[in-house]
Design a protein around this ligand. Structure first.
Ligand SMILES: [Ca+2]
Ligand SMILES: [Ca+2]
Length: 73
């Protein structure tokens, strides 16, 4: 697995915070969906959610987000 540089990690964190619209430090599936559905089709949004939220609960944890971010590099 690729190890993120500090800079990449910082960017991942910024992206994560960007999805956290109520700024409580957690990204719910609802928050994530609200952002991505603006520029993705419902099908693509669903597929993306499966990748970024593999345990299918109602929250995209930082660990889940970071893992997906690494996979997409
Ligand atoms: Ca939130
Ligand atoms: Ca999750």
């Amino acid at each position: 697995m690729t190890k993120l540089t500090d800079e990449q990690r910082k960017r991942a964190k910024e992206a994560f915070n960007n999805y956290d619209s109520n700024k409580d430090g957690r990204v719910t599936v609802e928050e994530f969906t609200r952002v991505v559905e603006k520029f993705l089709t419902p099908e693509t949004t669903a597929a993306l959610l499966k990748e970024v939220n593999p345990n299918d609960d109602d929250e995209i944890s930082w660990e889940e987000f970071l893992k997906d971010y690494e996979n997409d590099l």
